[in-house]
Design a protein around this ligand. Structure first.
Ligand SMILES: [Zn+2]
Ligand SMILES: [Zn+2]
Length: 287
């Protein structure tokens, strides 16, 4: 095994209470020799929840960083991992949802921060208002229940709040909750949404695993000048020639790699391993 010597045999604190260690810990142990532990009483909900009772304090990366820093502060350790997910319409295909997962590693001894990420359209992120049990079942089947957990809620206008039940993974609980909430809801409408917390959502867990792989790739890429991990692609310059007419296309011709630690920059031609673009990507051949 070829452990990264900066991290080998070190203890890392994973800031989670949603069982993300299931996918993150084995990878870091196998690939880097890091031992991962999860603090027993770490409440990550103070950093925001998907059901937005608590707003996230900042951007996704800012929030992940904050969790990692908090874990280090609580434990007095020097190495921490945290992850954060977001769900939004896909940046290029607005009518489908996408899940962006990031996994950040912070090392106080070597003053390093490396961020792995995954942008995937593989997500069941969804929400629906239903008026009867049949509608509720159709939605539940569509989003992969019971393997994927659900959240059911309605607005309780008398009390000025929402009644909400999260983490539903059994059909009997689902049926009971829907029937009860349909009765209690003042307009007989009940909201169902997918529970996006990692342990209730195997599809999301897979994306967190992919983001961890991306983190490992970045860790294994060391700066040619200072040899610190995290020498990563920071910029793409378009202009890859079309293989038919040789005009420039929007595809990447040159990538810039940069070290966050010492600032060393390197240009790489044909970073994606291809020297010409397919004519379908060319605005002259395929306008
Ligand atoms: Zn460097
Ligand atoms: Zn062309």
């Amino acid at each position: 095994m070829n452990y990264q010597p900066l991290f080998s045999d070190r203890l890392a604190i994973l800031a989670t209470m949603h069982q993300k260690e299931k996918v993150i810990a084995p990878l870091l142990q196998q690939e880097l020799g890091i031992k991962v532990t999860v603090p027993s009483d770490f409440n990550t909900d103070i950093f925001g929840t998907f059901t937005s009772e608590i707003k996230r304090p900042g951007t996704q990366i800012f929030t992940a960083r904050l969790k990692a820093e908090k874990a280090l502060e609580l434990t007095g350790e020097s190495l921490a991992i945290a992850s954060e997910g977001s769900f939004a319409p896909h940046p290029l295909v607005p009518y489908i949802y996408s899940n962006r997962e990031i996994v950040v590693l912070i090392d106080k001894i070597n003053d390093i921060e490396i961020i792995g990420e995954e942008l995937s359209t593989d997500t069941n992120f969804n929400h629906q208002v239903v008026e009867n049990l049949d509608e509720a079942y159709i939605f539940a089947q569509k989003v992969g229940f019971p393997e994927h957990g659900l959240i059911v809620w309605f607005e309780n206008l008398d009390k000025g709040c929402n009644e909400i039940i999260k983490g539903i993974t059994k059909e009997v609980d689902f049926t009971t909750t829907i029937n009860l909430f349909l009765q209690k809801s003042p307009n007989s409408r009940v909201n169902i949404q997918t529970d996006m917390r990692a342990m209730y959502n195997p599809t999301r867990m897979k994306n967190i695993e992919k983001a961890t792989h991306n983190l490992l790739n970045k860790i294994n890429s060391c700066c040619p000048q200072c040899h610190i991990p995290g020498f990563t692609r920071t910029e793409n310059i378009p202009g890859l020639p079309c293989e038919l007419c040789y005009m420039s296309t929007p595809l990447t011709l040159t990538a810039i790699y940069q070290c966050k630690k010492c600032g060393f920059r390197q240009e790489k031609r044909f970073p994606d391993g291809i020297k010409f673009a397919n004519p379908s990507q060319c605005m002259y051949c395929n306008p």
